[in-house]
Ligand binder design. Structure first.
Ligand SMILES: NC(=O)c1ccc[n+]([C@@H]2O[C@H](COP(=O)([O-])OP(=O)(O)OC[C@H]3O[C@@H](n4cnc5c(N)ncnc54)[C@H](O)[C@@H]3O)[C@@H](O)[C@H]2O)c1
Ligand SMILES: O=P(O)(O)OC[C@H]1O[C@H](O[C@H]2[C@H](O)[C@@H](O)[C@@H](O)O[C@@H]2CO)[C@H](O)[C@@H](O)[C@@H]1O
Ligand SMILES: [Mn+2]
Length: 449
């Protein structure tokens, strides 16, 4: 009989929390719970989600010993087994600025990619470092599973701040969402598929997809994408016009570069000018999420509370929730299941630096992820990744060293920017908008000529 886990959702007011609760209900046999605690810095936002969650759990998880929600950090983080972390420093309002500022300079405006990703990363690092310290104060041995973005930059910063903490795992659900669409093409479930994959977060490629019997399915998937197209199937994004456009770009990327199956995020780095031209600065993805998912989630919560029942709402499980829960179950019960997660390279990709935080398939055990060796990657991918890795590490350098110069170098290296004067203009605008969040960046004294 599996011992139930004591789970904390950090960022209980997240728009993903209801989906996560539905997934915890769906997955209770794989990952049984003793208690769920929500913790958030915004008590009002969290309470709307929590009061709806109380009703959902009453209907679908009556055996749960305890559900609670609080803004008391020390209480929430004490003596727990798992922490699902999903915070957004600055909220969706700052995300909108992250996306609008680069667009005003003709550059990709995106949550986690390009200058928007640097801006978000410079806000997330401090909160995430403080959060891990607070968690460790109360739960020295708890598993910290982080979704907070930009995962690449957060992972690099946490690796430096906590080099010996082996129970922090940064995760992205994008490869899983893509595999949900592969599975649909093949008439299978995602859990029937075994991926071979390499890259950085939001910057990777599937080199192969197999079934559990070891049959290769990669070429079948490529053929189907090129002949019939590629669409999002995960419930969270299936009917979203922005995601439908994103998944359609995979057809173009696969036509241009047929060797491997790309992560959807590579569209921003392979076609940066095209992507920037297509965006409407008054209706970026953040605005769509504010008017879409955020509006939908909170009106659903309010409806559940008003009815004191679920009779007038439709709630769905999604891959975002199920993926993290299956990862947690494999760590908790030493299942040895294979998931794509972020780990320190240390030779996994033989011709990339050891200190890179790479995204690769790993067997998840109670001693943590055991990644599969990838070996040497071909020149094109090595070149692409090394430039992106240097960008990511320079952003974290800029944070820890309060260095304007390193931040400028990072943006200049990024494939969505390249042009140094444009990088400087964007950086100066981002500094102005983030004065309440970023560390003050200092410029090196230049020697007067
Ligand atoms: N890794 C992935 O693949 C993946 C997938 C989806 C979402 N995400 C990330 O998950 C996070 C949540 O996304 P969302 O759209 O639901 O955000 P959201 O703004 O709806 O919710 C975030 C919550 O975090 C809370 N918060 C902010 N700072 C906090 C802190 N220091 N301590 C505790 N709580 C804090 C906010 O009050 C808010 O309730 C974002 O970082 C998003 O990018 C990651
Ligand atoms: O623009 P958003 O806020 O809708 O999405 C940004 C996030 O996109 C990816 O997560 C997807 C996920 O892959 C999919 O399965 C489903 O859950 O929707 C999510 C977005 O709604 C990406 O992995 C995240 O890092 C982004 O934050
Ligand atoms: Mn992601």
């Amino acid at each position: 009989m599996k011992q139930g886990q004591r789970l904390v959702v950090v960022g209980g007011g997240s728009t993903y929390t209801i989906g996560m609760i539905m997934s915890l209900i769906e997955e209770k046999a794989h990952f049984p719970l003793r208690s769920i605690t929500f913790y958030d810095t915004d008590g009002e936002r969290q309470e709307r989600v929590a009061k709806a969650t109380e009703i959902i759990l009453r209907e679908h998880y009556p055996e749960l010993e305890l559900f609670e929600y609080t803004t008391d950090k020390e209480y929430a983080l004490r003596d727990k087994d798992f922490f699902f972390v999903q915070i957004r420093t600055g909220g969706l309002e700052m995300r909108e600025k992250d996306e609008q500022i680069p667009l005003r300079h003709g550059v990709v405006g995106q949550e986690t990619c390009g200058p928007g990703g640097m801006s978000y990363g410079m806000r997330s690092i401090g909160d995430m470092i403080d959060l891990v310290a607070d968690i460790r104060q109360g739960s020295p041995d708890g598993w910290i599973l982080n979704y907070t973005n930009p995962a690449a930059i957060v992972a690099e910063a946490l690796k430096r701040a906590y080099p010996n903490d082996k129970k922090i795992l940064n995760i992205c659900d994008m490869p899983a969402a893509i595999m949900v669409s592969y599975a649909k093409i093949l008439g299978k479930e995602i859990w029937d598929l075994v991926p071979e994959y390499f890259g950085l977060n939001h910057f990777g490629w599937f080199t192969g997809i197999y079934d559990k019997e070891g049959n290769e399915l990669t070429e079948d998937i490529k053929r189907a994408i090129l002949e019939d197209g590629f669409i999002p199937e995960d419930s969270e994004i299936a009917n979203d016009p922005s995601w439908i456009k994103t998944f359609k770009q995979v057809e173009k990327m696969l036509t241009d570069f047929p060797e491997y199956l790309p992560n959807t995020y590579l569209q921003y780095y392979l076609y940066p000018s095209d992507m920037a031209e297509k965006e409407d600065v008054e209706n970026t993805r953040a605005r769509q999420v504010i008017n879409g998912r955020q509006q939908r989630v909170f009106s659903t919560c309010d409806q559940i509370i008003a009815d004191d029942s679920l009779e007038n709402v439709h709630l769905e499980v999604d891959i975002h929730g199920c993926y993290m829960i299956r990862v947690a179950a494999s760590l908790a019960y030493n299942n040895g299941d294979i998931f794509i997660v972020m780990v320190k390279n240390d030779g996994i990709i033989a011709n990339l630096p050891d200190d890179a935080m790479v995204e690769v398939p790993a067997m998840l055990t109670n001693r943590g992820p055991k990644p599969f060796a990838v070996g040497h990657i071909p020149r094109f991918y090595k070149g692409m990744i090394e430039g992106q890795l240097a960008y990511e590490q320079l952003v974290v350098d800029a944070y820890f060293e309060n260095s304007y110069e390193k931040a400028l170098q990072a943006l200049t290296l990024n494939r969505t920017v390249v042009d140094a004067p444009v990088a400087r203009q964007i950086l100066d605008d981002l500094i102005n908008e983030n004065e309440n969040y970023w560390p003050a960046l200092k410029q090196r004294e230049t020697v007067a000529r």
